[in-house]
Design a protein around this ligand. Structure first.
Ligand code: FES
Length: 320
């Protein structure tokens, strides 16, 4: 977990919709904030007493170092995270991590198609800012149930490269993967962010249309499976290459749980297989990948998430 928090102050707050609050954060001392690239997120210490940490994407222009902008949807099943954010007012202090990014712009692509579902628009807004400044070719497709539930409409409607798709409008304004993506093209990168059902629809439709997995960049806000699915399975041993330490991981435990219980300083954040902060390299053994973040290529390169993946072999050696 992050132990180097940045102190920030809420310098602006407004309700973008009935359920989405927008918060601008600055340094209380007026200093520049750390640089970030489009697609980045920060950990937010929503409640320090309860140790409640949530991840939110930075949705403001990446070149603006004076403030970070977050947009937070009030979750109906909130366990305190989003509702705690909604209670913030201008002048309140908030501790956040430095920005992290596993969802950046694919530099090699010539055309960029951004597909946002609901609050999933947040990292894609920052990408649209960056692509606009870079003079790149992009389109942003923003899907929402209706206009009342869509944030940032005033800003988005000024950009001719933005297409708005509302469920309650005519069929020809709904998202059409075939029409909006076009045929597979090796110079085009697709970026998807939103609720699980939206993401699954876009990704599976694109793949059915012939788009390769490497062309589709995604960021999930919630895991596809519940926590038990990450930790269920037989006992195996994890060996740490740097110390030679060996630890047993039992059914119901994650590798990360075991390492932290033994006082090992392993990196982590979300503990849900969606942020990438816990990724380490496997040096020996056969992993059983259960995360929602690594690409097939990264898995083939030996990347492994300690919070959500297990082993198919009796022993797994990690570069830790
Ligand atoms: S801690 Fe986020 S993916 Fe493992």
């Amino acid at each position: 977990m992050n132990d180097e928090w940045l102190d920030t102050i809420v310098v602006a707050r407004y309700d973008a919709t009935a359920r989405i609050v927008v918060l601008d954060l600055s340094s209380p001392a007026g200093a520049e904030l750390p640089e970030f690239a489009a697609g980045a997120h920060v950990d937010v210490l929503v409640d320090s007493a309860a140790g409640l940490v949530r991840q939110y994407s930075l949705c403001g222009p990446p070149h603006d170092r004076t403030r970070y902008r977050l947009a937070v949807l009030a979750e109906t099943a909130s366990r305190g995270g989003s509702l705690g954010m909604h209670r913030l007012r201008a002048g309140d202090r908030l501790r956040i991590s430095r920005p992290r990014n596993r969802f950046g712009v694919a530099d090699r692509a010539r055309r960029h198609v951004l597909m946002a579902g609901g609050i999933g628009v947040t990292p894609l807004l920052a990408m649209a800012h960056a692509l606009r400044v870079a003079g790149a070719e992009y389109e942003l497709h923003y899907c929402a149930r209706n206009r009342a539930e869509a944030a940032f409409l005033e800003e988005l409607e000024l950009d001719p490269r933005v297409r708005l798709h509302f469920d309650d409008e005519q069929d020809d304004k709904r998202l059409s993967i075939a029409a909006d993506l076009g045929p597979p093209d090796p110079d085009t990168a697709i970026y998807v962010c939103g609720p699980g059902g939206f993401m699954d629809f876009v990704i599976s439709s694109a793949q059915t249309a012939g788009w390769p997995a490497e062309a589709i960049h995604k960021e999930r806000f919630a895991p596809m499976q519940d926590a038990e699915a990450h930790t269920a399975g037989g006992t195996f041993t994890v060996r740490l290459a740097k110390t030679g330490g060996e630890y047993e991981v039992k059914d119901g435990e994650s590798v990360l749980d075991v390492l932290l219980a033994r006082g090992i300083d392993a990196p982590y954040s979300c503990q849900q297989g969606i942020c990438g902060e816990c990724i380490v390299r496997v040096l020996a053994g056969e992993p059983d990948h259960r995360d929602d973040i690594l690409t097939d290529r990264e898995r083939a390169d030996g990347m492994f998430t300690t919070c959500s993946s297990r082993a198919l072999s009796p022993t797994l050696e990690l570069d830790l």
